[in-house]
Design a protein around this ligand. Structure first.
Ligand code: DGJ
Length: 738
């Protein structure tokens, strides 16, 4: 059993294969005793330090506040004298804010916690168990259940919180975070992911300093700018060694992720819905569920942490038909045509794409209403027959006749002021009465907290899907939320709008994949602004970034792969000069970089240079040959261009260590230099491996090709020199007879 309770010492032990998470109850207060490398022995309560001043209130009532302010809480509350950042704050009907939670009871059940209306990691009795720790505040009547799902075979603990108002009056939750983690500061660094449009999820690392630091979003989605993830690690932790603690938030709206170093050398980490603009009215008897935070703890550095998240999210978060399947190679017309297309143009792209082995045509933005630019028609989800004569059925059947699948783009959460929908229902847009709402990309956001608006948005998508053989949807979201106001919520519930919006998106996507179980859904948000674990619960892949430049993608994909499996990263080959940055890179390199994701094309195949075009069938063959390895294997960061400013290298190794694929990108050439010696990772030191270049005949002939795993990992492998910048090599390693 992965969860045990030692009644004598009031200690809960949550055990994963390599870690222990220990909770102890003293004086009725639920404390965090330990999280890290596996330990044995049951009386871990001493780790709470309650045998030293200020002791516990039952022994030292006069210093109760000192106790509150130094105790390592599992779930710290505001207003009682723990002056550090809190996880829970309320405003009662009388206007007070104090809450103090005491242990009441617990249960340990097989399987994963289910969170009403929220995405969460899944599991059966054989995979995981859940501890539910019930705590109560006697004054307000609040009952708070701390939920911990612990996996048998993966070093992950998923936390969530359920809050019930068992008092007699309504109260307001002004802050309801999902997880807190108090620990000694062992010279920690904080790692977060930052960026902007076209530069998402760049890794940022700095020491944890006294005071509060962290990342947050108030944009209504996770955003291009900040990401709902943080890790703390030992200062000397690197890709392969050292303690790393990851916190990944299974949520798609406003979030906060905070590290606070305090006066006693402790660090408190907190993660949850951002309290800014949040205020949730909890009626007597009402329940609020805080979204899940997944903790991953590894003593094998960041690669170890990535393996935990990748394994967990592949097996226990991503669902549906495509969960364990190779995705069709697609071609998307966005960068090929933008809004300027018609049926003939799309069919001409599809024809040539089919000849090269591409399997699906995706029609992007611009097929509905009168949308010939981005300033109109969102909400009017009727086919523009001027562009697509004969409608979708004709286009889809032409594409299907070529042996290709057909996919389509939507942006269901939005409304253009220039649309029939807005003219009929101006109050359906999120806005503050009396204040002109600000436009972004010339559009407003639909108030999805209203059931009729949610129903309209859902039916707009579903009725199109019911009308033709559409096998893929790209669900886009191209602006962030501001001027927060709903025409239908009462004043004391306006603070719920952000969260209600997110819950409606989840409901719509759940409905969509239930009604269309064979649909391949790809989430997207102006590139990768909503790339998070929650969206992966609905769509097995997410568009990683609008920046498809092979060099820019290195940092974006490195940061994304820190948490998310490669199987989920939307990655395409696009044309040059690149549309986001103007850089020119070899078609071959663009292909190698896109092979680390779902793979596809984002270009006008009828116009690209013949030399590039001739490479497409070979690229698709590589994708088919190696996708299983990339999709299911262990990902290793080998070298990082973001850190060394010269080259990048990553590796995928299958679970039995019999095969690996290494991608090496020489971003900048170094004149008059040795070959690069790279130590591969994750192989079996005692196995013998043949090393080959699956895409490079010349190198194949000239290199010695058989090595032991220990040689490749410890002594290294010399990557042949390449002439020029932006060059790349794909290296295949396969177990062979010695
Ligand atoms: C943003 C997406 O990231 C692009 O790929 C494209 O679909 C555009 N939106 C269309 O408006």
């Amino acid at each position: 059993m992965s969860i045990t309770f030692d009644e004598e010492h009031a200690v809960f032990s949550l055990e994963t294969p390599a870690t222990s998470y220990i909770i102890a109850v003293v004086d009725g207060f639920v404390g965090h005793a330990y999280y890290g490398k596996k330990v044995s022995g049951s009386d871990a309560a001493y780790l709470l330090r309650t045998n030293e001043p200020p002791f516990v209130p039952s022994k030292n009532e006069r210093e109760r506040l000192s106790f509150y302010d130094s105790f390592p809480w599992e779930y710290p509350c505001g207003g009682i004298g723990d002056f550090r950042e809190s996880a829970l704050c309320v405003r009662t009907a009388q206007g007070h804010n104090a809450v103090c939670l005491r242990y009441v009871s617990h249960s340990i059940t097989p399987g994963a916690a289910e969170l009403e209306g929220l995405p969460a990691v899944t599991g059966t009795a054989g995979d995981c168990a859940t501890l539910s720790l019930l705590c109560r505040d006697d004054v307000t009547g609040l009952e708070v259940t701390l939920l911990y799902t612990v996996y048998e075979h993966i070093d992950a603990v998923a936390r969530a919180v359920r809050i019930v108002n068992n008092g007699t009056e309504p109260l307001y939750l002004t802050k309801a975070l999902s997880a807190a983690f108090d620990t000694d500061n062992r010279d920690f660094d904080l790692v977060t992911l930052h960026g902007s449009w076209a530069r998402e999820r760049h890794i940022c690392r700095r020491p944890v300093m006294p005071g509060t630091q962290g990342v947050c979003s108030v944009r209504g989605e996770d955003s291009h700018q900040e990401h709902p993830f943080m890790a703390v690690c030992a200062h000397n932790a690197d890709d392969d060694s050292g303690d790393v603690y990851g916190f990944s938030f299974v949520y798609s709206g406003n979030f906060t992720a905070v590290a606070q170093a305090d006066q006693f050398g402790s660090v408190r980490l907190l993660m949850g819905i951002n309290p800014e603009s949040f205020c949730w009215k909890l009626e007597a008897g009402g329940c609020f569920t805080c979204p899940q935070v997944v903790l991953a703890c590894s003593s094998e550095g960041f690669n170890g942490m990535s393996h935990i998240y990748h394994d967990l999210y592949r097996a226990h978060l991503i669902r549906g038909e495509y969960k364990d399947k190779m995705r069709p190679v697609l071609i998307n017309n966005w960068e090929a045509t933008y809004f300027n297309f018609d049926t003939d143009k799309l069919v001409s792209i599809a024809k040539e794409a089919a000849e090269d082995g591409i399997e699906m045509l995706v029609m992007d933005d611009g097929w509905f209403g009168k949308r010939n630019s981005d300033d109109c028609s969102l909400g009017d989800w009727n086919v523009n027959e001027a562009k697509l004569p004969g409608g979708l059925s004709r286009l889809v059947s032409e594409v299907n006749k070529l042996g290709m699948k057909f996919g389509i783009w939507f942006e269901p959460e939005m409304i253009s002021p220039d649309s029939s929908l807005y003219r009929a229902h101006p109050d359906w847009a999120i806005a503050v009465p009396g204040r002109t709402a600000g436009l972004s990309r010339c559009q407003y956001v639909l108030d999805l907290s209203r059931p009729e608006v949610e129903a309209y948005a859902y039916n707009s998508v579903a009725s199109v899907l019911r009308s033709a053989n559409i096998e893929y949807v790209k669900w886009d979201m191209n602006r962030q939320l501001a001027d927060i106001g709903s025409a239908s919520l009462p004043p004391d519930r306006q603070g719920e709008l952000f969260h209600r919006y997110v819950l409606a998106v989840y409901r719509m996507q759940e409905r969509l994949i239930t009604e269309f179980p064979h649909l391949l859904l790809e989430n997207c948000s102006g590139g990768g602004a909503r790339f998070d674990p929650a969206m992966l619960y609905y769509s097995p892949q997410i568009w990683c970034s609008d920046d498809t430049d092979a060099v820019e993608r290195l940092a974006i994909q490195e940061g994304t792969a820190l948490v998310y499996p490669l199987s989920s990263m939307g990655a395409h080959v696009s044309t040059c000069p690149n549309h986001a940055c103007g850089r020119i890179t070899p078609f071959k390199t663009r292909g190698y970089v896109a092979l680390a994701g779902t793979f596809g094309y984002e270009l006008d195949i009828t116009k690209i240079p013949a030399e590039d075009r001739s490479l497409i069938p070979g690229q698709i063959a590589l994708y088919k040959k190696f996708n299983a390895l990339v999709r299911t294997g262990d990902y290793y960061r080998v070298a990082s261009y973001s850190r060394n400013n010269e080259y990048d290298c990553w590796e995928c190794v299958n679970k039995d260590k019999s095969e690996a694929l290494v991608t090496f990108v020489q971003v900048l050439n170094n004149p008059n230099y040795h070959s690069r010696k790279i130590c591969f990772k994750g192989l079996d030191p005692d196995k013998t491996y043949a090393v080959s270049y699956p895409d490079d005949e010349q190198e194949k002939r000239s290199m010695p090709s058989v090595f032991t795993g220990s040689m490749l990992m410890n002594a290294g492998y010399t990557i042949p020199r390449m002439w020029g910048d932006f060059q790349a090599k794909l290296i295949y390693i396969r177990e062979t007879e010695s």
